[in-house]
Write a protein that binds this ligand. Structure first.
Ligand code: AMP
Ligand code: MG
Length: 412
């Protein structure tokens, strides 16, 4: 039996970032940059006012106070959105709006609240600092500077930065296309009624959603029967994608033929990974396409997805960090482990009094998908120990985004 870490290391060695593609800015969110971005425009693109107020000459305003204001003649108004034609000569000021270009001759802005206004003139009530309330050309991003580097993740604010320097299209790592193949004579799609002995393919829609959430493109291939011919055809079709994920048929049953066909079509290793759920795992390649054969039990396949598929997909997407963050959490009740193996327990992690607490989401059988659906984390219980008392600190893998940890479990 190999460890989770050994399996992951072997898997990741086979994955590399995919090629670049050029996409419109709006489609670049969450993607990884394939090339450095050099700013062809500066941010800000010109000196402009940070306040509504008056553009003035410092030299005119020395010693200005409320009791002893400086009186300046107002030349006119400088709104945002057009070049200023004014020249602020000694003794004058320009009424200026936030974002408007600083007129020639001015070297500070006095905010409106620090003035008294009268027709055609203004009283300045404070002495401004040099360049006060002026946003300097290139102060955030100088022209010609590298604003983002290849390998960086584009978050929403990064799209804003790119928009502000006029980048309408960006080179990012393309999305991986991941084929999904369920196997099993008992499986029918969710739309079809069940004949005796049949079950719906439950893993397919779940894996599809996980891939979509990850930013990959799922390509569902439906279900293959437990027959060599059908498996061969569908696996060959799956191998035309960036990754093929199969579910089921990798265990020791008489009809577990996936490993037979994978071995025949490509190079394949079959592992028993020291974990529960999700022990059997196939990994290899058909042609250039890596293949991950996940176990059939729905929970096992979802846990194997989290531990092995997700990091592999993130590697193809060009992410530097491929693994989810782990957190130390406190058990809110006793957990007992039946097996010797390392166990990943479906749990609800939430913040209580500023600290993370975890409770189990219920029965942990490999077929009990509801306890995955009701959870937001996996607790990583090491092999060996069997009892984990309330209050014990354990490692949790967080599966959801921030808000999912904000409160108590809705059912508890
Ligand atoms: P297998 O490894 O193919 O023997 O599958 C193990 C168990 O998981 C069996 O009870 C299968 O019916 C079940 N199973 C396999 N694939 C799926 C699936 N896509 N959806 C729901 N259950 C499945
Ligand atoms: Mg099967």
């Amino acid at each position: 039996m190999i460890s989770v870490e050994e399996a992951l290391t072997t898997i990741l060695a086979r994955f590399h970032p995919l090629e670049a593609e050029r996409v419109p800015l709006r489609e670049a969110w969450g993607r990884v940059l394939a090339a450095d971005v050099v700013a062809r425009e500066a941010i800000p693109p010109f000196d402009n006012s940070a306040m509504d107020g008056y553009a003035v000459r410092l030299a005119d305003c020395i010693g200005a106070t409320e009791a002893n204001p400086v009186v300046l003649r107002v030349l006119g108004e400088a709104p945002a959105g057009k070049a200023s034609g004014f020249d602020v000569v000694p003794g004058t000021a320009v009424r200026i709006m936030t974002g408007a270009p600083i007129p020639a001759g001015a070297d500070a802005v006095v905010m409106r609240e620090e003035t008294r206004e009268a027709p055609d003139r203004v009283e300045i009530l404070v002495e401004p600092e040099p360049a006060e309330h002026i946003r300097r050309l290139g102060e955030d991003v100088p022209r010609g500077s590298t604003v983002f580097e290849a390998g960086e993740l584009l978050n929403p604010a990064a799209l804003g930065v790119l928009a502000s320097i006029g980048v309408a299209e960006v080179d990012v790592i393309r999305r991986p296309r991941v084929a999904l193949l369920a196997t099993g004579d008992e499986l029918v799609p969710v739309e079809a009624p069940l004949a005796p002995g049949q079950i719906h393919d439950s893993t397919g829609p779940a894996l599809e959603a996980l891939l979509t959430r990850l930013g990959a493109v799922p390509v569902p291939l439906g279900t293959a029967r437990d027959e060599i011919e059908d498996l061969r055809a569908k696996i060959a079709e799956g191998a035309r994608h960036d990754l093929l994920i199969t579910t089921g048929g990798v265990s020791v049953g008489d009809h577990d033929l996936v490993k037979v066909v994978l071995g025949e079509l490509g190079e394949m290793a079959f592992w028993k990974v020291n974990m529960q759920p999700g022990k059997p795992l196939a990994f290899g390649a058909v042609g250039d396409t890596p293949v991950l054969g996940l176990p059939g039990n729905p929970v096992s396949s979802l846990v194997a997805f989290e531990l092995f598929v997700r990091p592999a997909v993130r590697r193809m997407q060009g992410h530097a960090r491929v693994q989810r963050p782990r957190l130390t959490v406190r058990l809110s009740h006793l957990l007992e482990k039946r097996m010797e193996r390392r166990q990943f327990v479906r749990a609800w992690v939430h913040v209580e009094d500023g600290a993370y607490q975890a409770c189990s989401t219920g029965p942990q059988g490999s077929h009990v998908l509801t306890s995955v659906a009701r959870g937001n984390a996996l607790l990583d219980l090491p092999p060996g120990a069997h009892r984990f008392e309330a209050g014990t600190l354990v490692q949790a893998i967080l599966l959801e985004e921030g808000e999912a940890y904000a409160g108590r479990h809705p059912d508890r």
